[in-house]
Design a protein around this ligand. Sequence first.
Ligand code: MRU
Length: 357
Amino acid sequence: MDSHIRFDAREGVLHLLDQRRLPEVEADVACRTPDEVVDALKTMVVRGAPAIGVTAAFGCALAARRAAAETGADARKRLEAEFDHIARARPTAVNLGWAVARMRGVLAAAEARGALSPEEIVALLDREAYTLQREDEALCRRLGHFGAELLHDGDQVLTHCNAGALATAGYGTALGVIRAAVGQGKRIRVIADETRPFLQGARLTAWELARDGIPVTVACDNACAHLMSRGMVQAVVVGADRIAANGDTANKIGTLGVAILAGHFHVPFYVAAPLSTIDAATPDGAAIPIEERPAEEVTHMGGRRITPGGVPVLNFAFDVTPAALVAGIITEAGVLRAPYGEAIARALATRGGEGAR
Ligand code: MRU
């Protein structure tokens, strides 16, 4: 798949494949300002933790262009405010704040070496955003390689939401594991949970895998217990939006139910995520902020109301799976195993190395 996040540095335009319209329509949304990037993040033109991190980084590069129009201290203040605005677009995925902090950090380090012109700031942030994008795809391939070892020839793997190329810079985390296993010659079939209400599984995971020729079947979210009770699922692999220091994992609403069922039916439940999804500053799942999204995502389908007017709905976008239900956390540093507090601390200390295998 061509990259779904394409930055044109010369024109100062970020082109995003509009994930709201898939699979029927493949069309881009063009963002020219940080506000347009924030809007694209909030409305889920682009979604998935690593992908929103990469998008936020390019949003920072656009913010540098806007700040360049102002002078002196005002320009710097303006830039900081834009960074904050981008980092707040969605609350649960830690990659968003992580990416903005990285852009801030590279700028602060360069400024400590000497004053920068507005053009130099733009060039610096462009470079860092492109680097972050390239790195993310490479990390996915690396974690895919580690995770593939956990899957066996003939397995049917259940996944929830979309943790694929569309949710990252490319290749995917949970789907990266599946792609890598298929690349090793294993015959893997996938069950994509539909994933109400945004239907990331039915629309996006099924679209991606079908394009790659990987056998995929869509199932309603509430079919999971039945499928497991019939022995139709050999492993679960999901992505993550934020992993706390103790291994508790926030992912798309419904993931917790899948994990509990996997525990009941003795199906291994794996989480696949880059180390940038681990938030050492969040001690456990209870401290992870859970996004609540607009009621219309639940009350309407295809523009048509499906619930009675005036009846309130709950639209929590994420839930938290306790570390005790996780068989392994697949990262670019290897597969982390319980006790997760120690394994995570070790992996973060040797970030990028082989130490966590
Ligand atoms: O609301 P979304 O679509 O951004 O939620 C995405 C998920 O929950 C994914 O599973 C998670 O971000 C992992 S993406 C590699």
